[in-house]
Design a protein around this ligand. Structure first.
Ligand code: IMP
Ligand code: MG
Length: 173
């Protein structure tokens, strides 16, 4: 496969920052057993590396939300596959690939909050803050990036490029 796009965050930068995020989580949740909820599909690589960097007792679960074809979120969100465990009374951390407009995360937080977790926080790999349409609090942020369309390390364009070990900018979107 040709090398698509220009590298924005290298594999080494990703791994170094994720190691730091894991240490932050381990420190903040040392006295609890949190559930880390990975948002499918985009966060699967981040989730896999993050949990290995978080050396405390934790459990994992996944939630699948609708993504719309092409490159941008339409703002309408739907659950495609739900959590396998109840989260009532648990300390929950949503692990998401990116906050762009903020609509997906707002929906997810509202949906999970309605199940009465003891606490609910959000950890995102990438924050595209310029694009925000709705204000949504994010507790842990890996990288802040400008308004570019990224692929790789979980990020796709029409389903492709998730398997790149780095994050790249796809030009011409
Ligand atoms: P939202 O606009 O914050 O709701 O983001 C919704 C979703 O849009 C994200 O979870 C991604 O699936 C997708 N998305 C937003 N920006 C990008 C990007 O640069 N590359 C790949 N997917 C993106
Ligand atoms: Mg996503």
């Amino acid at each position: 496969m040709a090398r698509p796009g220009r590298v924005l965050i290298s594999e080494a930068e990703l791994q170094a920052r994720i190691a730091e995020l894991g240490q932050e989580l381990a420190r903040d949740y040392a006295q609890q057993t949190p559930i880390l909820v990975g948002v499918l599909q985009g966060a699967f690589l981040f989730m896999a590396d993050l949990v290995r960097a978080t050396r405390i007792d934790l459990t994992t679960d996944f939630i699948g939300v609708s993504s719309y074809g092409g490159s941008r979120s339409s703002g309408q969100v739907r659950i495609l596959s739900d959590l396998s465990l109840p989260i009532e009374g648990r300390d929950v951390v949503i692990v998401e690939d990116i906050v762009d407009t903020g609509l997906t995360l707002t929906y997810l937080k509202r949906t999970l909050d309605a199940r009465h977790p003891r606490s609910l926080r959000v950890c995102v790999l990438v924050d595209k803050i310029e694009r925000r349409k709705v204000d949504v609090a994010v507790d842990y942020v890996g990288f802040t990036i400008p308004n570019v369309f990224v692929i790789g390390y979980g990020f796709d364009h029409d389903g492709l490029y998730r398997n790149l070990p780095y994050v790249a900018v796809l030009d011409g979107i």
